[in-house]
Ligand binder design. Structure first.
Ligand SMILES: Cc1cc2nc3c(=O)[nH]c(=O)nc-3n(C[C@H](O)[C@H](O)[C@H](O)COP(=O)(O)OP(=O)(O)OC[C@H]3O[C@@H](n4cnc5c(N)ncnc54)[C@H](O)[C@@H]3O)c2cc1C
Length: 351
């Protein structure tokens, strides 16, 4: 693999691959060595993801998000886990090319698929590579929390089960707190909403987190709806490929006097600082923050990754694309900064 030594933008960092682990025949994990000076920026919450810059002779690069399968509480180094997508470019490139000692360019952790409280009882659903963020949440909650955890984990067959040995070990270590239910398609067929509802029925007081292919997530959503689980306790992480290039700094928009004249006013809390800004109606929150030289977290700029997720404390926005947010997020006031334009005159937002 070609080794990159200079980041392509101001927000990305070059890290060393400490180890490559073959998890299954079509899945590998990259354990990353984060340089000392960037450790604080790479502090992460269970369930968050990194964005990798993957070289391409055709387009220069592609950006792909990979969830951290490691736990910030139990693992010394961050680890992302990549499953080959049939005919996929980035995932196959990673699994075919990356080796220990290589340098790769990554954006710092982001995303909001993370329990607010690790003490609650958790009902986790993972399918295939969707186990990755779920595993980080599971390990963190076992280590830091006190609740019970039920994991329903669907795979094609036994050989496709990522982290099988680690889950066995954890189930032995925490017999009173962790229950793992494996679902193998070759044995049981694809899980239906009715079957999943039967499995989930005793746990409707738990908080649900799910990640996996679309049809699996649809079945889980339907199952939890059948059980009347409140949407505010149901969280989903959607995997997709980014189309844009978040590694290249986008030129800040120029804010004209006319823009600022009819603008809303927003108070933004970020990294312990409060910024009071004029927010012109046609600009997004990310755009106005970049225009003012503020180091706002963002990545795809297309509403696809959740890096710029923040919480609206006062006022209202409209979002061009909010598809990755689930009703629980929206009920919590979560918005995407790269998609949000102001509706009310005064707003307060917290990152
Ligand atoms: C928040 C988040 C977390 C995720 N976490 C994980 C995870 O933990 N594990 C995991 O496995 N996946 C994860 N994903 C999914 C992952 O980001 C990718 O979507 C997945 O790996 C498929 O990417 P791919 O490039 O292999 O496939 P595709 O995106 O399907 O590849 C095809 C695309 O690549 C383009 N392409 C083909 N050839 C080239 C070329 N030579 N140069 C440039 N472009 C080309 C095509 O035009 C097409 O658009 C996550 C996604 C998100 C959003």
């Amino acid at each position: 693999m070609t080794t990159v030594d200079v980041p392509h933008g101001s927000r990305s960092v070059i890290v060393t691959v400490a180890d490559v682990i073959a998890e299954t025949a079509d899945t590998c994990s990259l354990v990353l060595d984060i340089p000392e000076e960037f450790r604080a920026r790479f502090a992460y919450k269970p369930g968050q993801f990194l964005t990798l810059r993957i070289p391409s002779e055709r387009t220069g690069s592609v950006a792909r998000c990979y969830s951290l399968a490691s736990s910030p509480h139990t693992d010394e180094q961050p680890k992302v886990t990549v499953k080959r997508t049939a005919d996929g470019y980035g995932s196959n490139w990673v699994c075919d090319n990356v080796k220990a000692g290589d340098h790769i360019e990554v954006l710092p952790p982001s995303g909001h698929f993370s329990p607010k409280d690790l003490d609650v009882d958790l009902l986790l659903f993972g399918a295939g590579s969707g186990i990755t963020p779920v595993m980080s949440i599971l390990k963190s909650a076992l280590d830091q929390g006190s609740g019970k955890i039920v994991l329903v984990y669907a795979n094609r067959d036994q050989d496709a089960v990522i982290f099988a040995a680690e889950l066995r070990r954890l189930a032995t270590e925490y017999p009173d707190r962790l229950t793992v239910v494996h679902w193998l398609e070759t044995v049981q067929g694809l899980p239906t909403a009715t079957q999943l509802a039967t499995l989930a029925a005793p746990f409707t007081e738990y908080h649900a987190f799910m990640c996996g292919p679309g049809p699996f997530m649809d079945a889980v959503h339907d199952a939890l709806a059948k059980l009347d689980m409140p949407r505010g306790r149901v969280h989903a992480e959607v995997f997709n490929s980014l189309a844009g290039d978040p590694f290249t700094d986008s030129a800040p928009v120029e804010l004209t006097a006319e823009d600022e004249a009819g603008a809303a006013t927003v108070e933004v809390q970020l990294d312990g600082e409060t910024h009071t800004l004029k927010w012109p109606r046609r600009q997004t929150l990310v755009e106005i923050m970049l225009a003012k030289g503020i180091d706002v977290p963002y990545s795809c700029n297309e509403g696809e990754c959740g890096s710029c997720a923040c919480t609206i404390l006062e006022g209202d926005v409209e979002m061009a694309n909010d598809e990755i947010l689930d009703p629980a997020d929206i009920a919590d006031g979560i918005i995407l900064g790269c998609q949000s334009r102001p509706v009310t005159d005064n707003l307060r937002i917290e990152f």
